[in-house]
Design a protein around this ligand. Structure first.
Ligand SMILES: Cc1cc2nc3c(=O)[nH]c(=O)nc-3n(C[C@H](O)[C@H](O)[C@H](O)COP(=O)(O)OP(=O)(O)OC[C@H]3O[C@@H](n4cnc5c(N)ncnc54)[C@H](O)[C@@H]3O)c2cc1C
Length: 400
């Protein structure tokens, strides 16, 4: 006997990843008939034109951009002038910023106009929610507080009532209450590191390049912004992060200029500083009865390569593909075979990315002399090995 359900797919969490899934399902050729609900207690609003640039920005790959274009959200993001980056420069703390040991990726080498864009997280989430609503998604502005997963239906408590669905998608971020309600564990650790995030004004033009310098305490990422400033993600020990955030503006500007080895001349403070704890996690399974995990709810990685939300968007594409297939075959969206295929494929890919980033973090913070020599040589070699470099560029562009 078939059970009446209010939604075919109920997505819990309208951050960048959940909102992308909602828009993609509602606009997709095969998935359009699905009734989609999006549960988000604090939906992102687009900033006003005079609002300053948000502190939380992400490097979006070309693959992520294509996803946003396909649901009509990219043109909304473009209104806020996302900054295209055309080059990536990576160097070790012991090398010179523009020496032979600097690994450089160029969009032109890949025949692409750029390697991606630096965007404000809030702008992306707001654009995707706007498109999802325009495409017929129902927004519920309360959190999911309880979950019951049965073979024939999923029940979620939202704003004091029970909502029924064929499939619940947990897109509720790294602390994922839904993952916990479903009893899905995983493998991870809190890094002995925190990231300081802020925007700075450089003395020299950033030239549309994303830079990363690996210091003994962790990587310093410097991303270009459209207004000429740069956004930094400076990963260091929690004690050092606390000290740096407490410095006065002149002290912090001097510290970050030294940490960047003067690659952009003197850096001047132009925004508040915030600290983020860093962790890695991969859920043991991305699927349970009538539930799947996507985005940070399923996996978190060190931000050193700007991969987190890009991996989440790849989850969204894979899940939409499986749901489209299940629907075309007359199945229901909670079909365990479709969910299993999604879960296995994405978990394996995210595990690979997580392990690679974890290894990079450990390799570059290892201060033994032989390791330091080896990695400088490694960067220089990768720089000259065309096929390996091509592979890395493809990955940066967002190829799964
Ligand atoms: C310092 C730093 C720099 C980063 N830089 C990059 C980068 O350059 N490129 C990149 O790709 N990634 C980057 N990341 C990672 C990226 O920010 C995350 O991967 C991304 O924000 C995750 O998006 P999400 O939608 O999965 O989760 P979130 O953005 O956490 O969204 C989860 C949503 O779920 C909602 N929610 C929570 N609980 C409930 C509930 N019970 N019911 C309903 N809704 C709920 C929340 O309100 C929230 O809106 C960075 C991360 C950090 C920490």
């Amino acid at each position: 006997m078939s059970v009446r359900r209010e939604f075919d797919v109920l997505i819990a969490g309208g951050g960048m990843v959940g909102a992308a899934l909602a828009a993609l399902l509602a606009g997709g050729e095969r998935t359009r008939p699905l009734r989609v609900g999006l549960v988000e207690p604090q939906p992102a609003l687009p900033p006003l034109p005079a609002d300053p640039l948000e502190l939380r920005v992400s490097a979006l790959s070309r693959a992520a951009e294509r996803l946003l274009v396909s649901v009509g959200a990219w043109s909304l993001v473009e209104r806020r002038r996302p900054c295209a980056y055309e080059r990536m420069l990576v160097w070790d703390g012991a090398s010179a910023p523009a020496g032979a040991e600097t690994l450089s990726f160029d969009a032109a080498e890949a025949g692409e106009p750029n390697l991606g864009h630096i965007v404000e997280n809030r702008v992306v989430a707001a654009a995707l929610i706007e498109r999802a609503l325009a495409l017929g998604v129902t927004l519920l502005r309360s959190p999911v507080t309880a979950l019951e997963l049965a073979p024939d239906v999923a029940r979620a408590s939202v704003g004091g009532r029970t909502v029924t669905a064929g499939l619940v998608v947990a897109a509720d971020g790294a602390d994922s209450p839904l993952r916990q309600l479903a009893g899905l564990g995983g493998d991870g650790e809190v890094y002995p590191a925190e990231a300081i995030v802020t925007h700075l004004r450089p003395e020299l033009p950033h030239g549309g390049a994303a830079r990363q310098r690996f210091l003994a305490t962790g990587p310093l990422g410097i991303l270009p912004l459209a207004d000429g400033r740069v956004s930094i993600v400076w990963s260091t020990t929690p004690a050092e992060a606390a000290r740096l955030v407490a410095l006065d503006d002149a002290g912090f500007a001097a510290a970050v200029t030294a940490a960047s080895d003067g690659a952009l001349g003197a850096l001047a403070v132009s925004a508040p500083r915030v600290r983020f704890p860093l962790r890695r996690f991969n859920a043991a399974s991305y699927a349970a009865t009538r539930l799947v995990l996507v985005g940070d709810a399923a996996h978190t990685v060190h931000p050193l390569a700007g991969q987190g939300v890009n991996q989440g968007f790849l989850d969204v594409l894979a899940l939409a593909e499986e749901l489209g297939r299940a629907l075309a075959e007359g199945g229901d969206p909670g079909d365990p075979r479709a969910l299993g295929r999604y879960a296995r494929a994405r978990r394996a890919d995210n595990a690979l990315m997580g392990a690679a980033l974890d290894a990079l973090f450990r390799l570059f913070t290892d201060q033994r002399a032989a390791v330091r020599r080896g990695r400088r040589l490694g960067l220089a070699l990768v720089n000259r090995a065309a096929p390996l470099k091509r592979l890395l560029i493809d990955r940066a562009l967002g190829a799964p």
